[in-house]
Design a binder for this molecule. Structure first.
Ligand code: UT7
Length: 328
């Protein structure tokens, strides 16, 4: 029996309207634009909305790009580590608001969540459980960030990115590598009702080493080398991490997708935001190989190599009017 493959046929993004610049943070925290830019590469970030409002906007745009009616989609996989509510899964509200068919579930693998969700979606198509899947990565990490903690408040922000997966004889997902090192689960945490706490230096070290290893394994499984990669889409936590990973992998920065300067660290949303930005900028052609890698709390990681099969045309990261609900 030949299992059906799946390809990405649409993508969309949503960012809250409110932009917080480094100058604004400088005015209220013991920090400087120079520190933030030199240590993280972040210049501004978007803050506001809720995971469901952002996910709905990004999902709707991805459906439009794919030319699909909502009811043609029979599975929603939503990657988030900042759900609107503890119960039910945020995907239920998003599924209803978009008018999708079939099922829906959330995935929490922190900043690796979107790639995990993509793998789960691909598996659902392959085994015939679903025909068309909407995969969304959405997080409002600013809600879990202490606004007075300069170590985290300058880094984390909000956003959503989505892709549509549809069946194809010519499978677009060529290889996967994922894993978790639970022995390091206490390096990046947020207790119920608390704020994000991170051992930044150790997380930095692990992010570089783990992303290089995972991306290399995915490339090897796809029988590809870094030279075969048209676009590398790493997790957008820190420009210095992205540059170190790209350099060690041997992928020049011209072939790396970067939005962290404009978005900050949006966790599950970061990989699809960067992917959509690159495809909207016309950086992808049918047949191109795209390497995506996420790394985050857990510590989780996930990499995949996909073959792009859509012609892209220019537009920018979408902004979305976000109304923020009550703090959880
Ligand atoms: O998304 C999940 C994965 N997350 C990540 O990958 C994040 C990984 N970590 C990082 O990106 C970096 O470690 C940070 C950007 C968080 C920090 O950069 P760093 O170069 O590792 O700085 P540091 O934590 O060692 O801090 C250096 C100094 C400290 O002062 P002392 O102890 O040297 O006096 C901090 O207190 O910088 C101080 N500092 C700040 N100074 C000005 C920390 N935050 C700030 C700030 N402004 N916002």
């Amino acid at each position: 029996m030949t299992l059906p493959g799946a390809v990405i046929t649409g993508w969309g993004t949503a960012l809250p309207d409110t932009v917080v610049t480094n100058a604004q943070l400088e005015a209220r925290l013991d920090t400087t634009d120079e520190w933030i830019v030199s240590r993280s590469g972040i210049r501004e970030r978007h803050v506001g909305g809720t995971v469901s409002t952002l996910a709905i906007d990004a999902g709707r745009r991805a459906l439009e790009r794919a030319g699909l009616a909502p009811e043609q989609v029979d599975l929603l996989v939503l990657a988030t580590c900042t759900p609107d509510l503890a119960v039910p899964a945020t995907s239920a509200a998003v599924h209803f608001a978009l008018g999708l068919s079939g099922g829906a579930f959330d995935v929490n693998a922190a900043c690796a969540g979107f790639v995990y969700a993509l793998v789960a979606a691909h598996g659902a198509v392959s085994c015939g459980a679903a025909q068309r899947v909407l995969v969304i990565g959405a997080d409002c990490v600013s809600l879990l960030t202490d606004p007075d903690d300069r170590a985290t408040a300058v880094l984390f922000a909000d956003g959503a990115g989505a892709v549509v997966l549809e069946p194809s004889d010519d499978d677009g997902l060529l290889a996967v590598d994922f894993g978790v090192d639970g022995s390091a689960h206490d390096l990046l945490t947020c207790a119920h009702g608390g704020y994000m706490e991170m051992e930044g230096k150790e997380v930095f070290r692990r992010a570089v080493r783990t992303t290089v290893d995972s991306a290399s394994r995915a490339l090897q499984r796809a029988n590809l080398t870094p030279d075969d990669i048209a676009l590398f889409v790493p997790h957008q936590a820190n420009l210095r991490i992205i540059e170190a990973v790209a350099s060690r992998l041997g992928v020049p920065m011209q072939r790396v997708a970067v939005v962290v300067d404009r978005t900050g660290n949006t966790s599950s949303a970061s990989v699809p935001l960067a992917l959509a930005d690159a495809s909207d900028a016309g950086r992808l052609r049918p047949g191109d190989h795209v390497l995506m890698s996420g790394f985050g709390a857990g510590m989780t990681w996930a990499s995949t190599v996909v073959r792009w099969n859509v012609d892209t045309a220019g537009s920018a990261l979408a902004s979305s009017p976000g109304t923020r609900g009550e703090k959880r």
